[in-house]
Design a protein around this ligand. Structure first.
Ligand code: SF4
Ligand code: SF4
Length: 385
C-alpha cells in the first residue's frame, strides 16, 4: 500500500496549535512512561513521528489520539521539551476537523476571528429571537420566566436544537468510526459490538481510563466538568418542563433540585480550576492554550454564573433582573452548545469512549479469528496425518 507524505503537514498543524513536535529526537521516553500506552497501540512517540513525516492518512486512521487523556506526564519527562502531550491534543483537534463533513470545525479551529464571529452571531440571533418571540405579557409583580417565555415553547426550541446537534454529532461520529475501523467495519458481526456496549457507557460516565494516570486531580476535574455539563444538558434541554418552574419551588432535597445543585457546583469548581490553571500555566496540560480551549471554558463558566444569578434573582423575586439575566444566559449557553458540541471540544466527549469501545471490539474479533484459524490449521494437520 502506498503511503502519502505531506511535507507541509507540520505547518498545517501549527494553525491547530502545534508548537514543539519538531524538537523530538525519538528517544521513546514518553511512550515508556505513558500509563495508558499499551503494546498494540503505543503512543505518543508514534504520533509525533507521523506528524514529523507528514503521514496524514496514517493519522486519520489512528485511534491513539483518543486514547490519551492529556495528563501531561509525558510532556513533563520529555528531555527535548517536545511536549508530546500537546501534540496528541493537536491531533484530536485536527481529527475532529477531519471527521466533520461540514468543514465548519476546521474553520472554527484554525481561525480565531471566525470562532469569535460565529459565537457573537449565534449569541445575537438568540437574543433577538428571545426579544421577538415572547408572550408580550411579562409578570412585573413576580419573577416568572414562563410569563414571557413559556416552558412549552422553550421545550420545542430545545428539542429542535437537540435533534440538529445529535444529527451533526452522530454523522461526524460515523465518519470517525469509518476511519478507525476501515475494512473491518462491515466484517465484524454485531454481537461483538453488543458485548462491549456496557463498557462504552461505563467509559463515558466514569472516564475510568483517566484514573490510571498519575495526576488524579486532572481526572477529577475532567469528570466534574463532564458530568456537570451532561447533567445540565439533560435538565435544560430534555427535562425543561420539570426544570423551568415558576410557581412552586421544589423542596430542598428533591432530585431535580439536587441534580441542579450538583451540576452547578461541579461546573463552577471544574471550570474555575481549569481557567486559573491555564492563566498560571500551572501544569503541562495548561501550558499551551489554544483559543478554543479558552472559549470553551469562558462560555461554560459564564453559562454557570448566569444560571446561578438567575436562581438568586428568582428566589428574591426580582422580575426585571431575572428576565434580563435569562436572555444573557441563553445568549451564552446556546452558542456554547451549538458550536462546541458537534464541532469542537465537546465532540471529544463522544469520540473518546467510542474509539476505546471500537478498539475492544476489534481486539476481541481479531483474537477469535486468530484462534479459529489455529484450530482449523490443527484439524487440517490431523486430517493429513
Ligand atoms: S517526544 Fe520527547 S520523550 Fe517522546 S520520543 Fe520525542 S524526545 Fe523522546
Ligand atoms: S498526556 Fe498522559 S495520557 Fe497522553 S500520551 Fe502523555 S502520558 Fe499518555
Amino acid at each position: 500500500m502506498s503511503v502519502k507524505v505531506d511535507p507541509n503537514f507540520m505547518k498545517e498543524l501549527e494553525s491547530f496549535g502545534l508548537k514543539d513536535a519538531s524538537k523530538c529526537f525519538h528517544c521513546g521516553n514518553c511512550t515508556a512512561i505513558c500509563p495508558l500506552s499499551e503494546g498494540k497501540t503505543p503512543f505518543p512517540r508514534k504520533l509525533v513521528k507521523y506528524t514529523q513525516l507528514g503521514l496524514k492518512d496514517k493519522i486519520l486512521r489512528s485511534p491513539e489520539p483518543w486514547l490519551c487523556y492529556y495528563c501531561g506526564t509525558c510532556s513533563e519527562k520529555c528531555p527535548r521539551g517536545a511536549d508530546p502531550g500537546e501534540t496528541m491534543m493537536v491531533m484530536r483537534r485536527y481529527l475532529t476537523s477531519k471527521y466533520d463533513w461540514t468543514g465548519f470545525s476546521k474553520r472554527f479551529y484554525t481561525s480565531e476571528r471566525f470562532e469569535i464571529i460565529a459565537i457573537v452571531v449565534v449569541g445575537l440571533l438568540v437574543g433577538i429571537a428571545l426579544l421577538i418571540f415572547n408572550t408580550g405579557k411579562p409578570d412585573w409583580e413576580h419573577a416568572r420566566i414562563n410569563s414571557l417565555w413559556p416552558k412549552e415553547k422553550i421545550e420545542i426550541a430545545d428539542l429542535i436544537m437537540a435533534a440538529v446537534l445529535s444529527f451533526l454529532l452522530l454523522s461526524n461520529a460515523y465518519r470517525c468510526i469509518k476511519f478507525i475501523m476501515g475494512d473491518l467495519l462491515g466484517k465484524i458481526p454485531f454481537r461483538y459490538y453488543k458485548e462491549q456496549f456496557r463498557e462504552l457507557i461505563v467509559h463515558f460516565l466514569t472516564q475510568k481510563q483517566f484514573s490510571k494516570c498519575e495526576d488524579k486531580k486532572q481526572w477529577l476535574i475532567h469528570l466534574l466538568i463532564m458530568t456537570g455539563y451532561s447533567t445540565a444538558f439533560l435538565l435544560v434541554v430534555v427535562f425543561i418542563r420539570l426544570f423551568q418552574r415558576d410557581h412552586i419551588e421544589y423542596e430542598l432535597l428533591h432530585p431535580i433540585r439536587l441534580l441542579g445543585y450538583y451540576s452547578t457546583a461541579a461546573l463552577l469548581y471544574g471550570c474555575t480550576y481549569a481557567l486559573i490553571g491555564r492563566l498560571n500555566k500551572s501544569k503541562p496540560p495548561y501550558k499551551n492554550s489554544h483559543s478554543t480551549d479558552w472559549m470553551f471554558l469562558i462560555l461554560l463558566e459564564l453559562t454557570t454564573l448566569t444560571g446561578i444569578f438567575i436562581h438568586f434573582t428568582r428566589l428574591l423575586d426580582w422580575p426585571f433582573a431575572t428576565y434580563a439575566l435569562y436572555v444573557i444566559h441563553l445568549m451564552v449557553a446556546v452558542p456554547m452548545l451549538v458550536l462546541e458540541v458537534p464541532f469542537a471540544k465537546w465532540a471529544h466527549l463522544a469520540y473518546r469512549p467510542i474509539v476505546i469501545f471500537l478498539m475492544k471490539v476489534r481486539e476481541n474479533y481479531l483474537r477469535d479469528q486468530a484462534s479459529e484459524s489455529v484450530e482449523s490449521g490443527e484439524v487440517q494437520e490431523r486430517a493429513a496425518t
